[in-house]
Structures are given as structure tokens and as C-alpha cells.
Design a protein around this ligand. Sequence first.
Ligand SMILES: Nc1ncnc2c1ncn2[C@@H]1O[C@H](COP(=O)(O)OP(=O)(O)O)[C@@H](O)[C@H]1O
Ligand SMILES: [Mg+2]
Length: 543
Amino acid sequence: MTRPTDEEKSIQHHYRLIEALSESERRYRELVNNLKEVVFQTDAQGLWTFLNPAWFEVTGFSVEESMNTLFLDYVYPDDRELNMERFKPLIERKKEYCRHVIRYRHKNGGFRWIEVFARLTLDHAGAVQGTTGTLTDITERKQAEEEAEQLQLKLLQKQKLESLGVLAGGIAHDFNNLLAAIMGHAAMAERKLPGQSMALQKHMQAIVSSSEKAADLCRQMLAYSGQGHLVMQTVDLSTLIEGILNIMEVTMNKGVILKLSLTEQLPGIEADPSQVQQVVMNLVTNANEAIDKRSGVIAIRTGVTFASKDYLNQCLHSDEAREGYFVFVEVSDTGCGMDAQTMKKVFDPFFTTKFTGRGLGMSAILGIVRRHHGALKAYSEKGQGSTFRVLFPAMNYVGNDQVHAESRPLSRYGAGVVLVVDDEEIIRDMAAMMLADLGIDEVLTASDGKEATEIYRRDAHRIALVLLDLTMPRMDGEETFRQLRMINPDVKVILSSGYSEQSVQDRFAGKRLFGFLQKPYTPEAMQALVEQALTADKGESPL
Ligand SMILES: Nc1ncnc2c1ncn2[C@@H]1O[C@H](COP(=O)(O)OP(=O)(O)O)[C@@H](O)[C@H]1O
Ligand SMILES: [Mg+2]
């Protein structure tokens, strides 16, 4: 073997160098290609000159189609200005590098949150050749942060609500008692004043009317605090609003037109009517004040809607609010509207933008909504107007489609028709709805005993059960019951009444009444009893 010449040695060395170089190049390429971060390079014009495959993973644009195109085209349009601003110190050579968060477009039309890290690339003479750096997709992190922030905000809101609620409730309660004494004594004193002392009487009246205003404030505070006694009933929201139309109209400014579209036969809600009234009045008062002395329209709308979990999350809602059907009232106005800043604070107690405002109306609404397991949503545009929607859980309502879909398999009572007799239309409608919910195929209704007897005479063979109200005009429940028994001694009757069960039992002793339903009844109570009646053997009675 001959020893390699110097020339051969040099060539060998060269090859080894090239090999090592390509090995190192391969290693770097593999490293860059496998990074989750985008590694980029642009030229001085801002055109992409290098992108690793992560680019496609992050933005959905292929590396090929993106090469030699302008990087700024990929920045989310809303963020382009901001992006250039952040790059400025770099371009002006005031900083070595820049790091900021902006959005990049995704090919699917959305965007990704990107943390940009970039520095300038310079040639030997120090002239700018372009930029190089990384883009890190932090969308998930950003979302998690936002969610945590939302949660924190909600928690804070809740704590604020709780502590302020206790305070407001406590004050309101004590003041209420004091005010009651002031008002009472003032009224008594006024009465005892000799007729001619007009001046004194005026003073007394001023005391009374101021006390009334103060009592009203107490009421709002109590509502906000979620304290105070509630009297729950089944309430038809449309009927309730019709009932306070007069009061609303007198409080309205001259140029304001009130437009109503109230849905008939709404499902009931379980609510304290005076509190629901307070909600509507507060909304309408604000709407009226938002229109002020100009002319405008206030529209009040009621309806029933399905609220999904997502929808509820977009609302301010009570912790107990569950996905399902809600009855809502919506109050829109063409008034001054609110900017985003104001919108954020509307429900804060004592927040007001009005000179003589108290800032308790909306907080009271919030308190009431929470106590009724409801939700509420606000929408507003500055200068255009506002819309507030308050939702209450619908009682026993599964939606029209579902009533039909579910009533068939549920109908285990054969052709059991139920006759509902009540002079109150809302009670009849509500009972009919509860029965439909139970799977009863057909419900007949009668508004008094006479009509009930006629229907029963005609359809006794089909009617499996009669739900009978005790107090009715023309022919009361007791007489109706007697008439029905003359037609069919085995008639199955459930009596419902606001009177206590005991007093009714005394009156109907030995008359084979199937059952008794204390008014107001919960759907559960009525459904349990009806189910019992329809499945029980003839003559068997729990009473
Ligand atoms: N319909 C509305 N249009 C415009 N702003 C409203 C409306 N409803 C409420 N606001 C804003 O919310 C604030 C708080 O309302 P509220 O709690 O009723 O207190 P007040 O009416 O005493 O100011 C108002 O001062 C107003 O800025
Ligand atoms: Mg108000």
C-alpha cells in the first residue's frame, strides 16, 4: 500500500468536511421541520423567504402557496395596524428584537392567536436584509386564560352581589320599618289636623310622599339583595303585563309610543307577580328615560323560547338556570342607547348615568331574576336604542314539537279524556298544558258548572276524569259534582280549591270524591294525582 499523497489527503479532508456539513444541515433541517413553532424568514420587502412545515399546521396555508407573498396579508386584518406599530422599534433599530401577541388568519376564515418573536437580519455592511423569528400558536392558552378571566369575573360579581346584597338587604329591612312608622304617623297626624291648616297639611303630605319614595327605594334594594318574602304563583306573563298597562301609560313621556306584542297562551311561570311587575316597570321606566323628551317607541314583547346552555352562558343568569324553555319579556326602546363601558356596569348597584338616578332599577331586576332561576340579556347601541330580555323558566313546557313527539308513547291511559272545569281561563290553560305534558291525548274545558254538565252528558263515555274547581259563578263545584253524579254515579272527580283540604273534606264527606288538589298546585302534585286517578280501579279513592 502506498501512502496517500498530500493531494489525496486534502481531497479526503474536503469530502469529510462536506459530509459533516450535510449531516449538520440535515440535523438542523430535521430540527426546524419538527418544531411546533413556525420558523420564518422574510426579505426586506416583507415577503416570506422561509417557512417551516409548522406554518401549514398553524394557519392552514401551505408553505408553497405562501412563499414570496407578503407576510402582512396573513396577519388578521383588524390587527395589521397594531402589528406594524409593534414592529416599529425594530425597523427604527431602537430594539434588538420584538415580541408581541397578535392574530394571524387561518385559511378556514378564522384566526389564531400568535406570539411573534422577530429580529432583523443584517448583511455584512449592516444593511437590513429582512427579518427572522418564530410564530407560536397560543390560541388554546389564550382561550384558557379568557375562560379563567370570565370565571374570575363571575366570581367577583357573585361575591360583590353577596356582600352588597347583605348590606342592602339589612339597610332596606330596617329602613322599611322606620319608614312604615313615619308614614303611619304622618298619615294619622294629617287626618287629625284641623281642616283649615292648609300649610301644615302640605307639609304632612310632603312627608308621606317622600316616605313613599324612600319605601320604593327600599323595595328595590330588597329585591336586589334577594331577600324579602316571595309569594310564588303561576303567572301568565302576558296577562300580568296587560294588567299594568295603565300604570305604564301614565308614567310615559308625551312623545313616547308604547307598542305591545303579547303572545297569548304562554306557558306559566312560577313567580311572585309583584316582583315580575317590578322587573317590567323598571325596564319600561328606563326605556322611557332613555327616550327622554324626544319622541320614540317602546316595544314590549313576550314569548317562549328555548335557551341552550350556550345561550344561557351569554346571559347574566342564576346558577340554577338550566337549559330548556323560558318565557321571556323583551323591552326595546329607540332611546339614547349605551356604549360598551356603560353596558358593563348597568347591573352594578348604585351605578347611574342620570342626574337624579339611583342606580337600583337594573340591580333589582338582576336580584329578582336570580331568585326566579331566570336569565337576562341586554343589547344596546349608542345613539340607537337598547333591548333588554328577561327570561323565566317555563313551567312544564317541552315545546310544541316535543309535545307531539312525546305524547304518543306516553299515552298509557288509552282514550282517557280529561275535563277541566274552572272559571279562570289561565287555570284552564295551565291545567290543560300540564295534562298534555303528562301524555293525555285530549283535554276538554268548561268555564262553569252548567257547561261542564252539558259536556259530560254528551261525552260521559269518553271522559275518564273531571278536574273541578270549587268556587265558580252560576253553578259551584259542589252542585256540579251532584249533577255529574246523577249522570254517572261512578264519575271520577278531583276537586281543586284554594280552601284547605280539611274544610273541603268536611263538605264532601261520604261523596266519593276521588281526590283533592290544593290551589295553587305544582305540576308535580297535579300530575301525580291525575296519574293515580287514571290508573286506579273504579271507586278507589285516597280521600
Ligand atoms: N333602556 C336604557 N337605555 C339606555 N341606558 C340605560 C337603559 N336602561 C338602563 N340604562 C343605563 O343603566 C343605568 C342604570 O339603570 P338603573 O339601575 O335603572 O338606575 P337609574 O335608572 O336610577 O339610573 C342608567 O343610569 C343608564 O345609564
Ligand atoms: Mg332606572
